[in-house]
Design a protein. Sequence first.
Lengths: 231, 231
Amino acid sequence: MLDHFRPFTQPELDFVSTFKMGELAVEAGTTILAEGTRSAHLYTVLDGWGFRYKMLEDGRRQILNFMMPGDLVGLQGSLMGEMQHSVEALSPMALCVFERARLHEIFTNYSDLAYDLTWIASREERMLDENLLSIGRRTALERAAYLLVFLFQRARAVKLFAGPSGIIPITQQHVADTLGLSIVHTNKTLRKLAQRGLVRWADRGYEVLDEQALMEVGHWDGYKEKRRPFI
Amino acid sequence: MLDHFRPFTQPELDFVSTFKMGELAVEAGTTILAEGTRSAHLYTVLDGWGFRYKMLEDGRRQILNFMMPGDLVGLQGSLMGEMQHSVEALSPMALCVFERARLHEIFTNYSDLAYDLTWIASREERMLDENLLSIGRRTALERAAYLLVFLFQRARAVKLFAGPSGIIPITQQHVADTLGLSIVHTNKTLRKLAQRGLVRWADRGYEVLDEQALMEVGHWDGYKEKRRPFI
DNA sequence: CGGAAAATTGATAATTGTCAATCGTCGTGG
DNA sequence: CCACGACGATTGACAATTATCAATTTTCCG
């Protein structure tokens, strides 16, 4: 997996190992961070899938983005105090745990790592921009197509799939809450993509069958990213 | 305006003055940064209103967020290369111009400023999260109410209004493109808010009349923010 | 094998979008 | 000062998309 990320210098490795408090393994469905809470920790995803979401008081839920290896969990909360969103594991996950309180040390003593942190935050912002465009302006079918290739390409980039392809471990409820659609309409929309042979409902998730076609349906150029940091 | 922001140390001020290349004043409607472009500059908003947006090839436009004094313009592009969104002035704006190439110096030599940068990026992410929740899960009326108080509170916090209240300088087309609605439906929705006496269409923009009621309609707690950095 | 959770479906209701005018306001040129 | 245009706001009618309801199937697991 790591060949996708930038190499570390020795002092960085030394620091990271002291900054690191340990590893955490969680089951699918575990809530890692909860909205309204202040966590003493900050995490890096080592393995598995997770997602960030917000809810309205009456229960309506919006999934904001998905998390995969290399993503930071809880940076917002670390910088700004209380969490304004929750994070839940979609599959079993392995996380690297850091101490929130020591975040500032990174800035003062390891500027390259600080730069990486900001880079990662910026990348998250970029994904949110794309998701906003999607929910705001794409039709249901376009949104679904976009979401599935988007997740597929991201997952492939961090080697989350065993082979060249693989299964995206989400239920239709997750898709619905990501796309801002009802679950019934989501089902009908995904079904349409399946009928056209672009995706397949497999085991406990979706499999992408025709990457190119999905990108066309979703009016999306694809997920381009060069070397990236991994903290 | 500046009492809202954190104070600087002298060395920071000295650095900022060398990092700063000059100021830029633009008319309403000017495109400051364009999607697909690489800018040699990075900006800080000193005065005025602007907005970030993305478009699909067929012209559908989604406004991602609005920019007000203290916001950074173009950080994403500075960190990641090509701009993936455009930025346009909504009103006449004053911008402080920085050299993109020297961004790294901030990280190596002015860690507090670097921290501030990341803080600002994180805050932007938080706003995007809220906007996503809005577009994905709120009804048209809720979205409109949320957007108007949101802009109202942000603008008030940075003293963009002359008195205690003021006018938000947006057209209904802007509102529509922010909320992900058609312009006709946006008009009918805003009209409903106006009939209830929550907002008023004035001169060339909207004025908030009943902040509390808007927050209730929009199921929103309000915009809380303590001290914040200003670069 | 029994249940529970997730996926499907068909029918019907709301919400939101599209079309096609019309109305107003404001700045410009005559 | 007034007519002309342009852009933005408004409206009403009608169409399309998406949501809600209410069952049924499937699939997964113990």
